[in-house]
Design a protein around this ligand. Structure first.
Ligand SMILES: *Cc1c(COP(=O)(O)O)cnc(C)c1O
Length: 231
């Protein structure tokens, strides 16, 4: 068995264990294989091992790899998105995880309308309020989501966060819990134009804890493909 196949198998086991361990865990957890810097042959190997969703954080990499991937796979844009690049990916990705400002919402809405589609998006929240991270402050999320009513070609499907990097993932459990509670709060508003299905949280270092706190999308790169070369 290849390393990639074995790694995916181990991850699926860990996901299953986390689902059993926690009352907050979702019944279904979507595994997004994060393929930034990973070459096409290795991505195809992961798809052969059952990966159904790939996540890229740069528009350029989506465009380079999009036509070269074998089999049916969904593409998610998980990284910071520049407004002037929305037009390139609007018909290539099925979920944008990184909506973090009104100007971006307006642009996604405009391009989705031109393409004749309704674009599913997650609102990125900077739960731990790190200077180095994108995302809305948690206290601004409710009013931001209410503002989404004016963008009918954009569909808010949930929330996303990137937890601070820590040695012991238990330390960031409160971050994941806070995102879940925020999701519940948005749900309780019953806004007709939102459908809060997804909580995208958890990466290589912390996905087990994230699932225990209710993640139903995890974004995993290095645990599948090995360590990336530093930038
Ligand atoms: C790179 C990246 C990941 C995956 O990180 P790993 O630690 O390699 O699992 C997840 N989410 C985002 C937004 C990323 O940029």
């Amino acid at each position: 068995m290849s390393e990639i196949v074995a790694a995916i198998e181990r991850i699926r086991e860990t996901i299953g264990q986390a689902q059993i361990n926690s009352p907050f865990a979702a019944n279904t957890v979507k595994l997004v294989a994060v393929t930034k810097t990973v070459e096409v042959a290795r991505i195809n190997e992961a798809i052969g091992a059952g990966i159904e969703v790939v996540g890229e954080n740069r528009v350029q990499e989506v465009l380079e790899k999009h036509g070269l991937i074998e089999g049916e796979v969904e593409w998610h844009l998980i990284g910071h998105l520049q407004t002037n690049k929305v037009k390139y990916i609007i018909d290539k990705v099925s979920l944008i995880h990184s909506l973090d400002r009104i100007s971006l919402a307006a642009e996604i809405n405009k391009r989705a309308q031109q393409a004749g589609l309704r674009m599913p998006v997650l609102v990125q929240v900077n739960v731990a309020k790190e200077d180095t991270k994108f995302g809305l402050m948690p206290e601004d999320v409710i009013s931001f989501i209410k503002d989404m009513e004016q963008y009918p070609n954009l569909h808010v499907r949930g929330l996303m966060t990137i937890a601070p990097y820590v040695e012991n993932a238990e330390e960031v459990r409160p971050v994941f819990k806070q995102l879940r509670e925020l999701r519940d709060k948005v749900n309780s508003l019953n806004l007709p134009y939102v459908d809060m299905k997804f909580l995208s949280m958890g990466m290589t270092n912390d996905f087990e804890v994230a699932i225990e706190e209710g993640a139903n999308i995890v974004r995993i790169g290095s645990a599948i493909f090995g360590k990336r070369a530093p930038k």
